[in-house]
Design a protein around this ligand. Structure first.
Ligand code: CDP
Ligand code: ZN
Length: 160
């Protein structure tokens, strides 16, 4: 079968006085993302890209937001479980590229730590993970600081 590509997207609301988990890092901000788990939008997009590449559904299929088991869960656990699942299906992870769309705060200084953490959880080299950041140029819900989105692509290899 060879190479398989996957794409993931996620959005979460931003609300005041919530923790803001992004790429496994607690980002200091006046607002944080809300959701059933820790609402880590970047990790969720990466999980969906990995699962999508293996045609294994999405994060909601495997970790339903109706389940008490996943309430407030650290998304790094969901990422580890997603990686275990795709490896059990015979795939190896090639590389991940991703973009976070967030008006404020600037997150570029946290990206090296995100990459370190994600590489460790996923069991792949740091050089195989890319995280980028964009504002929405003040447009739309992201521009109004009401939400955050993330996009990710993943490449899997089933030959080795
Ligand atoms: O310049 P361009 O319109 O392509 O991008 P931008 O949305 O103005 O963002 C400029 C740069 O700021 C990005 O390339 C990121 O390095 C950084 N950035 C960030 O660190 N955190 C954000 N929340 C958004 C952007
Ligand atoms: Zn999510």
């Amino acid at each position: 079968m060879g190479f398989r590509i996957g794409f993931g997207f996620d959005t979460h609301r931003l609300e005041e006085w919530r923790e803001f988990w992004l790429g496994g890092v607690l980002v200091p901000h006046t607002k944080g993302a809300t959701g059933h788990s820790d609402a880590d939008v970047l990790i969720h997009a990466i999980c969906d890209a990995l699962l999508g590449a293996a045609a294994l559904g999405d994060i909601g299929t495997h970790f339903p937001d109706t389940s008490e088991e996943f309430k407030g869960i650290d998304s790094k656990i969901l990422l580890k479980k997603s990686c275990d699942l795709i490896r059990s299906e015979g795939y190896t992870i090639g590389n991940i590229d991703s973009t976070v769309v967030l008006q404020i705060p600037k997150i570029s200084k946290y990206i090296p730590e995100m990459i370190l953490l994600l590489a460790d959880v996923m069991g792949i080299p740091r050089g195989s993970i890319s995280v980028k950041a964009k504002t929405s140029e003040t447009l739309g819900f992201i521009g109004r600081e009401e939400g955050v989105s993330a996009y990710a692509v993943a490449l899997l290899d089933s030959r080795s």
